[in-house]
Design a protein around this ligand. Structure first.
Ligand code: 0X9
Ligand code: ZN
Length: 303
């Protein structure tokens, strides 16, 4: 069956999501968040425990970059924990919020990274005889092409001919539009670098809630580190990793004012890089969940 001791193909992940919707039909709904240029669905789930009051929602996006396999593995692990964990704090998270989880948001690229080129990053839209794909994390319509992105189709950070040129980002943005006002949190999983990044990517200026989100992040990574000794750095994208524009989180933050917005760069710091051994999936996901619990605990204490 499905597990977290090895990496899975897109079909395995999607079959598992379908099984969840069948086996937990009282609380898990299968969603199509969008489609791709090669005609694949972006599958995800909504976890919703029935309640009388409407709830705020948490959106988890992973594997928008194809080669970052530990991100979908972590997203599926956390999804599973939300359904099976006996930990009171995880149970509380499922009760308090609706969860939208999309483990593979760039399925064409993900399949290509499995079948042809393990180091593939972008989508698979054909842009010239030789070059395929735009960077789906440079393709969103906020500060598009304003730094840290390329206009060259052969570049790994090609922003695309225009914002939302990619079927996956265009369709997923429409899905997010439909729930954007409900979101309390948008969490994007990337690898690697061990960083917890705050908006935005075009500027080192800090948002009005930067201090709060920074302080929450620092405490969250302290708790993360306590588990296995993994060290994270927290900060604004442009300050901490590099200037990068057209990212999904930046668009969500700007458009909906989502209070909690973090991009994780998961393990490691370069020893294995994108080729993180599968025996690190569970510890990576485990420590990441600890940090997520911490983020929401602290946020609730402050609000
Ligand atoms: O370059 C990226 O897109 C991310 N790093 S990665 O090595 N995974 O490619 C950084 C994302 C910065 N995020 C936003 N600008 N929102
Ligand atoms: Zn990435």
């Amino acid at each position: 069956g499905f597990g977290w001791t090895n990496y899975h193909t897109l079909d395995e992940i999607n079959d598992w999501l379908k099984d969840l919707a069948f086996n937990y039909d009282d609380k898990v709904q299968l969603l199509v968040g969008g489609t791709t240029s090669q005609g694949r669905d972006i599958l995800g789930v909504k976890i919703h425990i029935p309640s009388n009051e409407p709830k705020k929602a948490v959106f988890i996006e992973a594997n928008i970059h194809a080669r970052e396999w530990v991100t979908s593995a972590t997203a599926t692990y956390i999804l599973n924990e939300l359904l099976v964990s006996q930990d009171w704090e995880v149970r509380q998270l499922v009760e308090l919020y609706d969860w939208y989880i999309f483990p593979v948001t760039n399925p064409d690229g993900f399949v290509h990274s499995h079948n042809s080129n393990r180091m593939w990053r972008k989508t698979r839209t054909r842009y010239s005889t030789l070059c395929f794909g735009a960077d789906p994390n440079r393709n969103w319509p906020y500060q598009w092409m304003q730094g840290g992105a390329s206009n060259q189709p052969c570049s790994d950070t090609y922003a695309g001919p225009n914002a939302l040129s990619e079927a996956c980002t265009d369709s997923l943005s429409q899905f997010i539009d439909s729930i954007g006002d409900d979101l309390i949190a948008y969490i994007s999983f990337h690898s690697y670098s061990q960083m917890l990044l705050l908006p935005y990517g075009h500027t080192t200026s800090h948002l009005s809630n930067y201090k709060e989100m920074y302080d929450i992040g620092v405490q969250a990574v302290r708790e993360l580190e306590a588990k296995y000794g993994t060290r994270y750095v927290v900060g604004n994208i442009a300050e901490t990793i590099y200037v990068a524009t057209g990212g999904s989180m930046d668009w969500v933050k700007h458009k909906f004012g989502t209070p909690i917005a973090y991009t994780y760069e998961l393990r490691d710091t370069g020893t294995n890089g994108f080729l993180l051994p599968a025996n690190q999936i569970i510890p990576t996901a485990d420590e990441t969940l600890i940090s997520i619990k911490s983020i929401f605990r602290q946020y609730r204490e402050r609000h």
